[in-house]
Design a protein around this ligand. Structure first.
Ligand code: GLP
Length: 241
């Protein structure tokens, strides 16, 4: 794991957008794994700016988002799909047919997860996955527990995770869906390259557990220690521990 400490979140976001743009230039049909949450917002803003200037052409790239709430349709303003449309998809020249997403309104969660894993396999897996990290050490929606699951799966969200996502639902944690669908650990660990971003003091403990702690399902991000090409980009606050 390579740890890189940036002076600020903004500097890291600019560098991260540049890294993604470079990956797209090197391999125009790159397959990107994309997160939601507060952390990548500035990265998407920078990428949109690069795209508007013609500095990155996403027309042949594919994207797979990591996760989605279960029990709400993509059109729900709180869905991750709606977040991605608002902050990224609407503003860049990605081909709609190469945007891949879990459908939180699918009637059969298991079938939906199998479909998503199969689509990802058909695309050749993720070339580059951008990750955030939950304060409890989750990546995508792989929550801490006694064990972790390799394939895409349905998951119950922890209280802390639902609180952290309340902003998408009018700051009302009771409106945050109880469950989600998420790519499993296999898709993430099989990505050819991983860049994880973490900013702010609230992530310091999780970052420390991920980087220095034992590899344990109690901190799903700690499994990234087993991957050969992971960069962890943090600001000073998140590097605090
Ligand atoms: C969310 C997402 C994760 C994200 C994490 C951190 O619940 N499922 O993919 O990385 O929690 O979110 P934030 O960046 O808002 O702290």
């Amino acid at each position: 794991m390579k740890l890189r400490v940036f002076d600020s979140e903004q500097v890291a976001a600019i560098a991260c957008a540049a890294l993604i743009a470079e990956a797209v230039r090197a391999h125009p049909s790159v397959v990107l794994g994309l997160p939601t949450g507060r952390t990548p917002l500035n990265v998407y803003r920078e990428l949109v700016a690069l795209s508007a200037r013609g500095a990155v052409d996403l027309s042949r790239a594919s994207t797979f988002n990591l996760d989605e709430f279960f029990g709400i349709p993509p059109e729900d303003a709180g869905s991750f799909r709606a977040y991605m449309e608002r902050h990224f998809f609407q503003h860049v020249n990605l081909a709609r047919e190469r945007i891949h997403f879990l459908d939180g309104s699918a009637p059969d969660a298991e079938a939906e997860c199998a479909r998503y894993d199969a689509e990802l396999a058909a695309a050749g897996g993720l070339d580059l996955v951008l990750l955030g990290i939950g304060a409890n050490g989750h990546i995508a929606f792989n929550e801490p527990g006694d064990s972790l699951l390799a394939p895409c799966h349905r998951v119950k969200l922890g209280r802390e995770t639902r609180l952290a996502n309340a902003a998408l639902f009018g700051d009302d944690p009771t409106r945050v869906p109880l469950e989600a669908l998420t790519l499993g650990m296999a898709a993430i660990l099989q990505a050819r390259r991983v860049v994880l971003l973490a900013f702010g003091e609230g992530k310091a403990e999780a970052v420390s557990a991920m980087v220095k702690g034992p590899v344990t399902p109690r901190c799903p991000a700690s499994f990234l220690q087993l991957h050969r090409d992971v960069e962890v980009w943090v600001d000073r606050a998140a590097a605090g521990q």
